[in-house]
Write a protein of this length. Structure first.
Length: 230
């Protein structure tokens, strides 16, 4: 049970760090975080649309973040690096925050959902799903789903490639939830077979070697037949 408790506490800590960075770096276009432990400490990679706001003038903001993570969340020797998001439309956190801000501005939830879905699919995603839940039109809470493309929910491809994000936003009727799932264009599925037109170099060389060997055998057979005829 000690091992299970360790993994649970680590997962809770990662979720708390993620929520803290999401609120702290909202203006920088926060797009997620990856935490990995190294022999020298803890390596933290923050993904953002505007890395300059994460780093700050002279690195003040990133030093402040490192101090808070070490004191408040007990992260040992945090080494923070910032990575810029190349295609924001393929980042689930960015898409969910855009939908949340659109809902706060008073845009209808269906318009915000379809607009975000079209942007994600135009960016080259293989599939996407957006779920907006809450008191959408009546006093009773429900959810609306917007889906396009190919998006497997289970299996190795879903665990390995799918990008997920969930954001809550406070509106007048109550709290609305925005859940985004995106399948990036570089995802590989076991049921998708790719037919190659040209053979690999190794197979071509092996076929050439077989042809040469068959030709040598034929020449040897013809030479033996001629000798027997004489």
């Amino acid at each position: 049970m000690a091992v299970v408790k360790h993994f649970i506490t680590e997962s809770v800590k990662k979720t708390e760090i993620d929520e803290f960075l999401e609120k702290k770096l909202e203006r920088a276009g926060y797009g997620g975080v990856t935490i990995s432990k190294t022999p020298l400490g803890t390596h933290i990679v923050i993904y953002a649309m505007r890395p300059g706001l994460v780093i700050g003038r002279g690195g003040d903001t990133i030093k402040e973040l490192a101090g808070i993570l070490e004191e408040k969340f007990k992260v040992s020797n945090p080494q923070i690096s910032v990575s810029e998001i190349e295609i924001p439309e393929l980042n689930a956190y960015v898409v969910a925050s855009r939908i949340a801000s659109a809902l706060q501005r008073g845009i209808h939830f269906r318009r915000a959902g379809f607009w975000a879905l079209n942007q994600v699919m135009d960016a080259g995603a293989l599939g996407a799903e957006i779920i907006i839940s809450g008191k959408l039109r009546t006093e009773r809470a429900r959810f609306e789903k917007f889906k396009a493309g190919y998006l497997p929910k289970c299996g190795d491809a879903a665990l390995k490639y799918m990008r997920k994000a969930e954001i809550h936003v406070q509106l007048k009727p109550g709290i609305f939830g925005v859940r985004v799932r995106i399948m990036p264009p570089d995802a590989k599925f076991p049921d998708k077979i790719q037919i190659t037109e040209a053979l690999p170099l190794e197979e071509e060389k092996s076929e050439e070697a077989l042809e040469v060997a068959e030709a040598e055998e034929k020449t040897e057979e013809t030479s033996e037949e001629k000798e027997e005829a004489k």
